[in-house]
Design a protein around this ligand. Sequence first.
Ligand code: FCB
Length: 471
Amino acid sequence: MANDASVVSDTLSPAVSKGSLADLFTPPADSTLWRKNFLLGAATASYQIEGAVNEDGRLPSIWDTFSATPGKVLAGDTGAVACDHYHRWEADVEMLVSLGLEGYRLSIAWPRVMDAAGVPNRKGLDFYKRLLNRLKEKGITTFATLYHWDLPQHLEDRGGWLNRETAYRFADYADLMSRELAGTVDAWATLNEPWCSAYLGYGNGHHAPGLADDRFATQAMHHLLLAHGLAVPVLRANDPASQKGIVANIGRGTPNSDSAADQRAAHLFEVQHNAWILDPLLKGAYPQDLFELWPGTEPLVLDGDMETISAPLDFLGINYYFRTNVASDGAHGFRDVPLEGVERTQMGWEVYPDGLRDLLTGFKKTYHNLPPIYITENGMASDDQVTDGHVEDTQRISFLKRHLAAVDQAIKAGVDIRGYFLWSLMDNFEWAFGYERRFGVVHVDYSTQKRTIKRSAELVAKFLKERKARA
Ligand code: FCB
């Protein structure tokens, strides 16, 4: 890493650099987070930050269509401008570097880089080349996600993830990107959170493309996982030096009582959130309990698909946010039973760091071939305000510290976790919640595009500077 950590002292507010503010972030001395090879970075995604949706030949994505549909996104917000990162990427990279962050996880917008006939769009490709080259020059470790939900609309018009053909088009796209960007990407993730694409997109309709049928969800999931499996060998062939993996969101489900029915409900919750994705990837089979929850929804699986899907991974990206307390719904499913008096974020999500530790240690027991793990997203939304040029996001500082402690505990329990990415580098378009929910460690004023470094980012930077100085 060649980060110039000296810039950080200019970034820190006087209170932090003088040490007059209690440092609520820095991990304890015995934390594994002090190890220099534990990568600490931040994450973003194309549609959430780039804007410039009609520029340089970018085609519409399902999120352009969905967000333009009245009633789908809070306040009618869209990603048309977002953080205007497409034009401000140089300053944004400088900001990342000034914070001493060592890794950056970004995503590539499929509709920017190729057209419906598969013809590459040079201008779109050049944007990512410039960005990734600059990150490399700055010594930042780069994680590039190929699909963070912005499916080209022309593919959705032909059935989207319900059409098996989309998986083959994804492999073509992975081929193009890994040929063009080989050498600038340290780690490729095929998909971000297939659970969200399949379930929120095709199962309950809360996300684009807005369809709602459990049978659609399981078939979309199968084609997403197939797309992943088809892309991995392509990425390996074109860019052998990089790591190849996938990013899954995971959910903790806890039973509302000791009753067998509630215990079963919590089990089914985790099957639906975790095993639905991890079992095919790591065991080569769908969990049969899933079809107890959703009878009659078995997807069409062709010979050889499960072998394709379960090809070995170099890493598994894990995104974790909260837990859900559940009870039996009296039939064969579960229902949420929100707990009273617990700490919650602006999203209403419960702050529950133990869930991250417990899931990770559980996966190690369940999957004998669990790949090395990166926490590719973790963070929280708060209603942050800029006051006198500062943002005191105290809850986030404490949230991050407690989740990093959970990661440390999982590492000490034997889970191979190699890094952690804050979600997110900056406030951005939070899907169906638009711009109201602020997840960044940097504040964005959407009327001026001014970035203001929040206290949380200052303290992360302070820790990284200290860690570097000790190394
Ligand atoms: C995850 C998404 C990411 C962001 C966070 C809050 O599900 O991957 O884009 O919206 O949630």
